[in-house]
Design a protein around this ligand. Sequence first.
Ligand code: ARG
Length: 231
Amino acid sequence: NGEATDSGGETYVVATDNNFVPFEFVDQETDELTGFDVELMRAIAEEAGFNVEFEQIEFSGLISGVSTGRYDIGIAGITINDERKEKVDFSDPYYDSGLTVAVLEGNEEIQSVEDLAGKTVGTRTGSTSQEYLAEELPDANVEAYPEITTAYQSLLTNKIDAVLYDLPNVQYYSKTEGGGKILAVGDRLTGESYGMVFEKGSELTEQVNTALQTLKDNGTYDEIHAKWFGE
Ligand code: ARG
């Protein structure tokens, strides 16, 4: 979906991976790309005086696509971490998140991450949760999917025992498509913050940070947040 905003200035290409409710996804009714990240990015562009054009790409290729200058900006619920900071510059954090275990409603056997040994756990390829599973849960059988909705479908049809993924995505999926059948259990496993990414040394980083701060100060950030998270 290459819909552009028109603020009169430069047009920048923004890479995202639209399989991540409620941050970026295609609305079934309107067929439009929407979500918290999409609206925040558009508001930042308007504030900073540039235009954005979204391009759909595979999450695993997003950091490298931005680091080589193929895309000007990446926004996709991207967790800020040191490994990624070696390749790209991050904006200031714009959303506090973390990982959770999710199981089918009524599952009494798996109530926390400690119960995952020997279980089959679904996650997304190239995500921080896949890394977490590899490092912290060597005894779990990991199934990495290119789209997290496929992992949720596998959970709903009992092909896997649990999913490990970003808490806000689990919660929103559960409330919507998941029909309350998928539940987040146990404590939040990690604290992770999301940031936008830029090619190293890009002047856009500061422009975006300045605009983000303005939107936080003038209430626009809170409005967009309330729309998607209801707080
Ligand atoms: N926060 C996780 C990470 O950075 C998952 C993000 C997935 N985002 C997406 N748009 N598919 O690895």
